[in-house]
Design a protein around this ligand. Structure first.
Ligand SMILES: NC(=O)c1ccc[n+]([C@@H]2O[C@H](COP(=O)([O-])OP(=O)(O)OC[C@H]3O[C@@H](n4cnc5c(N)ncnc54)[C@H](OP(=O)(O)O)[C@@H]3O)[C@@H](O)[C@H]2O)c1
Length: 270
């Protein structure tokens, strides 16, 4: 069977563990050459070893523009072009609204928003026309989860980016999309207390956390030709899909006068 990413080159930030690592493994299995990044050299070396072949590790922090320049200099030397950028690196922290500090805000926005923006902007000279940009969002951006406001806002900001980029990059045929997982069992989540994890799981219709490999399959869809006519979307994880379904149902009932009118549905999603 032909591989979905045969001959493609992908950059995945934050590829040393969790969703990024699972995606890097799947992309390589599907024929891609992958560049992964992370701040910790030891974890980066271990990830490169675990992936095995068709992979380079470039140490760096997405919040530091000089590190991103170094990343793309390496990509340029080794491969000379990029087909897929997965701006996955991100951090999450729970901080009650009253305790939000300048440091907390700057850390989350520097990594999650500034990091994602410049990861993509600096890839553009190497990104092939027709390429695919994927950002890692979160269902948190629309959930209103207590003490998660800054993280949620950072993920809402990147959803906005892809919508603008669909027009900014239209002439080059570059697609931009967001994958927005629900709770996924990664090191980031397992660092939370048992209480928090229990509370999170109780809100998931599947009754369990997702696996990083399940998000990787969605990233593969958005990276490959399977999504060749998909741009500007936010593909939500399961927890949110249920909400979205109820939202659509409510919209349908409200607008019975024109139940089949697509724009009514579309408006409710905006
Ligand atoms: N897990 C979930 O439930 C969930 C749900 C929705 C969305 N997400 C999003 O999915 C993405 C990955 O999350 P994850 O759960 O897989 O996290 P994770 O297990 O903590 O992995 C995060 C990865 O990003 C790297 N990273 C963090 N900050 C970085 C920075 N400033 N520069 C470069 N690399 C950095 C980490 O390596 P270093 O620490 O060595 O840099 C690591 O490789 C994040 O954007 C997160 O917001 C996660």
């Amino acid at each position: 069977m032909s591989k979905k990413l045969e001959g493609k080159t992908a950059v995945i930030t934050g590829g040393t563990e969790g969703i990024g690592l699972a995606t890097a493994k799947l992309f390589v299995k599907e024929g891609a050459y992958v560049f992964i990044t992370g701040r910790r050299q030891k974890e980066l070396d271990e990830a490169v070893k675990a992936i095995g072949s068709n992979v380079s590790g470039v140490q760096g922090d997405v919040a530091k523009l000089a590190d991103l320049d170094r990343l793309y200099q390496t990509v340029s030397k080794v491969k000379g072009r990029i087909d897929i950028v997965f701006a996955n690196a991100g951090v999450a922290e729970f901080v009650p609204f009253g305790a939000v500090s300048e440091e907390h805000f700057d850390k989350l926005f520097n990594i999650n928003v500034r990091g994602a923006l410049f990861t993509v902007q600096k890839a553009l000279p190497l990104l092939k026309d027709g390429g695919s940009i994927i950002l890692n969002g979160s269902v948190a951006s629309v959930k209103g989860t207590a003490a998660f406001g800054v993280y949620a806002a950072s993920k809402a900001a990147i959803r906005s980016f892809v919508r603008t980029w669909t027009t900014d990059l239209k002439d080059r045929g570059i697609r931009s999309n967001v994958v927005s997982p629900g709770p996924i069992n990664t090191p980031a989540v397992s660092r939370q207390s048992a209480d928090v994890i229990g509370r999170i799981v109780s809100t998931i219709p599947m009754g369990r956390m997702g696996k990083p490999e399940e998000v990787a399959k969605v990233a593969l869809f958005l990276a490959s030709d399977d999504s060749s006519f998909v741009t500007g979307i936010e593909l939500f994880g399961l927890r949110c899909l249920l909400d979205c379904f109820l939202h659509l149902l409510a919209a349908y009932v409200e607008r019975l006068v024109c139940p089949l009118h697509f724009h009514c549905f579309k408006r409710t999603l905006q």
